[in-house]
Design a protein around this ligand. Structure first.
Ligand code: ADP
Ligand code: NG1
Length: 498
């Protein structure tokens, strides 16, 4: 089986996942009892004490992630290969015996908030709305779950609005907090269950994302990337080539996905493309929700689907009327039954290029995994780099979710890396580049000279924008009050510096 060539039909099946393995996916997040904290944990503990004049009972810690390959495919039902990053959201908490939760943040730009058990989505999401999503998700878990007020202090160091999943880390950590408040009456669910619950919960903010971010937040294994597939959630560790070094570079353009409809428009375009392909193939398109649904119905592999899309759909943008006539229904029915409200002001939907991106990107996910598993490191890393570059071209030209700043960073990266691409939803945020240890310093110098110096970034701040990243661990709970060590999975553990 060759990595750069087409995958054979038998390869597709072999590369799919049939189980959820590694890192105790069915077990709850373990509790680490720590007599003394250091690093960021102890700074947050002190901040909590100064604010509330009391010790926190717990500190919940959830990582951000960098997605290595499989961008904008999770909500179409397809797998991804992300890894957790070192940067994490930390939440210190203690029950306060009231109906009100007080939230303070170590960063001044996030204002203090007081919230109760109610939550209504807003078109201008505030930071604590993400916390409320997590709370709502936890409360929906079972009738036995009860809202309980907490004193909370938050400290995150995942660059926000940058495609590294800061929002999902916050949502996921908040859900854990509400479960901790309900122990021992309701025991903590397993990591997989929590990941599904938090993926659903984050949609309350208004964006219709897939489940990638919450899945890696809970299921990450230190030292490994993860191949994750959905419906149902399955995952397997991916050993990256030992000589591969991944560098993240922030474009300094921030994009809050929930504050505009660009993300949901892509979700809608993929859904409508799937329905139109199904209609043209005389399948019952009403049942089709995702590009993965129609691919399975047609029994074609994703690579073949990518070329089939070219025969069925046109390059032009489709109006609502054109899509309705494609499906043989009225525009009113299309809008009322099959479209979401968030895209009401969108006039044209680009179905062909969005679907082509998805099917080709899915092929790249399987090739990436296959390379990690089968190719010698020296050859494998070259192919991985090529896959990253192809992915970026596709996100830029077919999915149209890049940004000139991201394209510039990818261009600068060409000479010192094996490949680079934008990461996360896009329209700003970060790139991830693949290189080797001997090239990292020169690459960073290049970035500094050609990108960051003109933006006024000095040496002291440079590390906040450009950093080497290694696969980190999933969510953790640090128990500061030994009386709160409920549950048979709890036990002594070591709290690491974070
Ligand atoms: P990302 O790609 O980082 O997940 P989103 O646009 O989905 O970006 O969400 C980012 C939002 O999450 C921020 O605008 C902020 O409201 C919230 N957020 C992220 N990190 C923090 C933090 N450390 N403290 C408070 N809120 C945060
Ligand atoms: P970011 O960029 O971290 O918000 C979003 C979605 C993912 C996935 C990627 C694109 C959410 C919470 N996250 O990630 O599910 O669709 O975009 O691959 O919606």
């Amino acid at each position: 089986m060759s990595c750069s060539a087409e995958l054979l039909d038998s390869d597709w099946e072999k590369l799919q996942i049939d189980k959820c393995e590694g890192n105790n996916a069915d077990k709850p997040v373990e509790k680490l009892h720590c007599a003394a904290l250091d690093g960021r944990l102890s700074i947050l503990q002190q901040f909590f004490k100064d604010t509330y004049d009391n010790n926190p009972d717990f500190i919940v810690s959830v990582p951000g992630r960098v997605n290595l390959i499989g961008e904008h495919v999770d909500y179409s039902g397809y797998g991804v290969i992300p890894m957790a990053v070192e940067q994490r959201v930390l939440i210190a908490l203690r029950a306060n015996g009231s109906e009100i939760t007080t939230l303070v943040n170590m960063e001044k730009k996030y204002e203090k908030a007081e919230i109760d058990s109610t939550f209504r989505a807003s078109t201008k999401p505030l930071w604590y709305h993400y916390f409320q999503c997590g709370i709502q998700g936890a409360l929906e878990y079972s009738e036995a779950m009860k809202y309980k007020g907490m004193d909370v202090a938050v400290w995150g160091n995942i660059p926000p609005n940058a495609g590294l999943s800061s929002s999902s880390a916050l949502v996921s950590a908040a859900a854990i907090c509400m479960f901790l408040m309900n122990e021992p009456t309701v025991p903590l669910p397993g990591r997989k269950e929590l990941a599904d619950l938090c993926a659903k919960a984050e949609r309350l903010i208004g964006t219709q994302g897939g489940g990638m971010d919450q899945a890696i937040a809970f299921l990450a294994t230190e030292g490994y990337a993860k191949h994750i597939e959905f419906d149902p959630l399955r995952c397997v560790d991916v050993q990256l080539p030992k000589n591969a070094v991944f560098v993240v570079a922030h474009s300094m353009v921030e994009k809050n996905k929930a504050a505009s409809n660009v993300f949901n428009t892509r979700v809608e375009e993929c859904r409508l493309a799937a329905k139109c392909i199904a209609a043209q193939k005389r399948l019952s398109w009403q049942k089709v929700r995702t590009l993965s649904d129609v691919q399975k119905m047609l029994e074609c592999n994703p690579q073949k689907m990518a070329s089939l899309v070219g025969d069925i759909l046109s390059d032009q943008g489709y109006s609502r009327d054109q899509i309705a006539s494609f499906l043989g229904i009225s525009s009113k029915e299309l809008e009322e039954v099959y479209m979401s409200h968030g895209t009401k002001d969108v006039e044209e939907f680009y179905l062909k290029n969005r679907a082509r991106h998805v099917y080709q990107e899915v092929a790249r996910v399987y090739k990436f995994k296959n390379c990690c598993e089968t190719l010698p490191e020296k050859d494998g890393i070259l192919v991985l780099g090529k896959l990253l570059t192809e992915s970026h071209e596709s996100l830029k030209n077919l999915f149209e979710c890049s940004d000139p700043a991201l394209d510039e960073l990818v261009d600068i990266s060409r000479s010192h890396t094996l490949g680079a691409r934008m990461v996360g939803a896009g329209w700003g945020g970060c790139i991830v580049a693949l290189t080797t240890a001997d090239k990292v310093d020169q690459y960073k110098e290049d970035l500094k000279r050609n990108y960051y110096s003109s933006k006024g970034v000095g040496d002291a701040e440079f590390g906040n924008f450009v950093f080497v990243t290694r696969p980190g661990s999933g969510a953790q709970i640090h128990v500061l009050n030994p009386e709160k060590l409920f549950g048979k999975d709890s036990g002594e553990g070591e709290s690491k510096n974070v």
